[in-house]
Design a protein around this ligand. Structure first.
Ligand code: NAD
Length: 350
């Protein structure tokens, strides 16, 4: 399988035209020794993995993309289907294999493998199944890419990011969960709709668990640089706390709604993860809410817990966590979210 994953029938053993097709440039310098080659691996080629892979390809984020899954036929089918689009995409070498060796030398490994939520099932229900799966996935990934950054997407994402951190032995800055980057984008688009502005001008974070106990940071929302709540209060404009709560509820419910309607979510998470990949691999140093080791931050002291906080992302992974001012209520909710995750985590045997 690994061998047959080459994207071309030309080359070793085939028809090599490279020497005759082009005229050589006399006295050409050898290629620069600077390593500019970027490799992304995606583990799990289901709905989410393929949405991530296709966004990575269309946005030209990697020179090489490796796909890994446990189902060889599905894997090869997806690989060929993507390779057949080469004429319309930035050049990317695509490989696929059930053998983790295909992921060797990755700069970024994105893990989307795992059982997904069935309609009506909470994310936390998935924990036992996906935890067992991670014990078979993380060690071979680490063996083949010791210096990579791990991005976990499989749910429950915060707990599985903790599991991946433990199993990998990587420093915490190189293990990141896609966390509430997606929830925050849903949040921004709902606020934008509500106020009839562009979502890109809305700065707003959902933090904490990617799930039911997530926390909306209302006190720090700004639009075009104007802090929204303090502006409304200064102008003595009445707003209903319930309206705000309903917007947050809609964010929490939105994944369930999409799952009920189409059976799974894929496009928004694909864009969200590709956006994080860009921040990391292009060293963008953007501040994005992702799942990071939160112990000791914002008064979280119950143990090693991963949850989303606004983190600065760059080539080394998590570069730092922003010091956003939280109201007492927001801090209380964040601690509650941390405890919700920790309660489940303590039942795990790793
Ligand atoms: P899916 O069932 O379509 O795909 C899962 C893939 O994982 C399958 O192709 C399966 O063959 C593969 N797989 C299973 N065991 C494997 C193994 N041992 N090694 C390699 N591959 C293996 O599911 P999906 O809709 O793509 O969802 C994947 C995960 O992403 C789920 O856990 C889901 O809950 C999660 N998810 C997370 C977010 C988020 O915001 N964090 C959003 C959407 C989905």
């Amino acid at each position: 399988m690994h061998k047959s994953s080459s994207s071309s029938s030309f080359g070793p053993g085939g028809l090599d035209l490279s020497q005759t097709f082009f005229n050589p440039i006399p006295n050409a310098a050898p290629p620069s020794p600077t390593k500019r080659h970027t490799k992304i691996s995606v583990v799990g080629v289901g709905n989410v993995g393929m949405a991530v892979a296709q966004t990575v390809l269309t946005q030209g984020l990697a020179d090489e993309l490796a796909l890994v899954d446990a189902k060889p036929d599905k894997l090869r089918g997806e690989m060929l289907d993507l390779q057949h689009a080469a004429a319309f995409l930035p050049r990317t070498k695509i490989h696929a294999s059930v053998d983790y060796a295909v992921s060797a030398g990755s700069d970024l490994v994105i893990v989307t493998a795992g059982a997904r939520q069935n309609p009506g099932e909470t994310r936390l229900n998935l924990i036992e199944k996906n935890c067992a799966l991670f014990k078979t996935i993380i060690p071979p990934l680490v063996k083949h890419s010791r210096h990579s950054i791990l991005m976990i997407v499989s749910n429950p994402v915060d707990i599985l990011t903790y599991v991946a951190w433990k199993l990998s032995g990587f420093p915490a800055n190189r293990v990141i969960g896609s966390g509430t980057n997606l929830d925050s984008s849903r949040f921004r688009s709902l606020i934008a709709d509500h106020l009839d502005v562009n979502a890109q001008d809305v700065q707003a974070y959902i933090v904490g668990e990617h799930g039911d106990s997530s926390v909306a940071l209302w006190s720090s929302i700004s639009i075009g640089g104007v802090p929204v709540l303090s502006f409304l209060e200064r102008q003595q404009i009445e707003y209903e706390k319930e309206t705000l709560e309903n917007i947050h509820k809609e964010v929490v419910q939105s994944a369930y709604e999409v799952i009920n309607l189409k059976g799974y979510t894929s496009w928004a998470i694909g864009y969200s993860v590709a956006n994080l990949a860009r921040s990391i691999l292009r060293d963008q140093r953007r501040v994005q809410p992702v799942s990071v080791l939160a112990r000791g931050l914002y008064g979280i002291d119950g143990g090693d817990v991963f949850l989303s906080l606004p983190a600065q992302l760059g080539r080394s992974g998590v570069m730092g966590v922003a010091n956003v001012h939280l109201t007492e209520e927001e801090e209380r909710q964040l601690k509650h979210s941390a405890n919700t995750i920790l309660e489940v985590q303590t039942q795990l045997r790793l």
